[in-house]
Write a protein that binds this ligand. Structure first.
Ligand SMILES: [Zn+2]
Length: 368
């Protein structure tokens, strides 16, 4: 076990990020979040920009879509700013670093945001009918506030195991992962409308990339796939020209995943879902030469560790008990799942993420 003092906090990530960006003369913008964090701190999404005026080609990185996964994302974004400072860089390519787009989730060490939403299910057109999720409807009663007692948890766990025996874990995970748009108190809630983070990201993209011609963008995640394996993925509802660029740049490293209600994938992410950040970015960048990619770093086993940690966290917040020994244990477990303390894991995901960023920068640089 690591000591509580070693547990990173949102404020530490932010201080390191801002200090590093400032040291290397980034332009900074701060987007204040309406709520306070776990330690009563103010919350922001921060943006660091390295670009001369009028730059048209951009490397973009985005961290913390799934709050607690931002400990990895922030680490790589901050280290990459340091790394770039020691290298000759093509001034015709701008660097846009969007730090912790779901700062509330980072601070509270949750995958969800302040509305219990999975942000990666929230980028939908809410004027259209929202997707149905019959599998989730059949198990929602296992995840309500009534189940947040020891006795309730026992029943909830039994019901969960029963469903897995009926249809298999992969099916439950894929269908559950598709998101649901009915129960704000449930799992994998996609929202009733656009979240603060959704609106903020759109505004950042418009402001900095509105008149760009070319961009390659990365959404940084952890928690799916085998331990210590950073996967590079193109995730979209339909093929689009940016995927061919990614295939050319990354070759066999790239997993291409087209999503849809009946889609499955063995990468550990859900292919059945809609409302991915990735698709929203592609839509926002229509008419430009744009590639949106996801880096997804595998950690522990999903069924026996990850989903247990996420359900514990879900019930802890439903119970309203937001401090104390049990709360601290739940937070330590979910953080460990999404950001292992293992130095070898951290080094490996950093090296791979740096390589991925470098390839994108080189390709942007080579374009006329
Ligand atoms: Zn994620």
């Amino acid at each position: 076990m690591h000591s509580a003092a070693a547990t990173p906090t949102y404020s530490q990530l932010r201080e390191r990020f801002l200090a590093t960006a400032t040291k290397h003369n980034a332009q900074l913008r701060h987007y204040p979040h309406p709520l306070k964090g776990m330690q009563g701190e103010d919350l922001f999404t921060d943006v660091a920009v390295f670009a001369k005026p009028g730059v048209k080609k951009w490397l973009v990185s985005l961290s913390g879509t799934h709050g607690v996964e931002g400990y990895y994302g922030s680490m790589c974004q901050t280290q990459y700013m340091d790394y770039l400072a020691g290298k000759a860089r093509d001034e015709d390519v701008g660097i846009l670093v969007v730090h912790l787009i779901n700062p509330w989730g980072v601070s509270w060490k949750r995958r969800v945001n302040e509305d219990n939403m999975d942000l990666n299910r929230n980028y939908l057109d809410f004027s259209q009918p929202l997707p149905e999720n019959p599998l989730y409807e059949s198990i929602h009663h296992l995840f309500t506030k009534e189940c947040a007692t020891p006795e309730g948890r026992k029943k909830s766990n039994e019901g969960w195991q029963k469903k897995i025996q009926e249809v298999g874990y992969a099916e439950v995970k894929n269908k559950l992962g598709a998101g649901q748009y009915k129960h704000q108190d449930g799992l994998q809630f996609g929202g009733f409308g656009p979240s603060w983070s959704n609106i903020t990201l759109r505004s950042i993209m418009q402001e900095y990339l509105g008149d760009s011609t070319d961009a390659i963008s990365f959404d940084l995640h952890t928690g799916a796939g085998p331990y210590g394996h950073p996967m590079l993925m193109a995730i979209a509802e339909h093929d689009y020209p940016g995927i061919a660029d990614a295939q050319r740049i990354y070759g066999a490293w790239l997993y291409t995943i087209l999503t849809g209600p009946e889609q499955v994938t063995d990468t550990g992410i859900s292919a059945a879902c809609t409302g991915y950040t990735s698709q929203a970015m592609v839509d926002m960048m229509q008419g430009k030469r744009f590639t949106q990619l996801v880096v997804e770093c595998g950690t522990y086993d999903s069924e026996t560790v990850g989903h247990v940690a996420m359900r514990d966290d879900h019930f802890q917040h439903l119970s309203g008990e937001l401090h104390g020994k049990k709360f601290d244990q739940v937070k330590a477990a979910i953080l460990e799942f999404f950001f292992p303390t293992d130095d070898d894991w951290r080094e490996l995901v950093w090296v791979r993420t740096r390589q991925i960023f470098d390839k994108a920068l080189a390709d942007l640089s080579a374009r006329g």
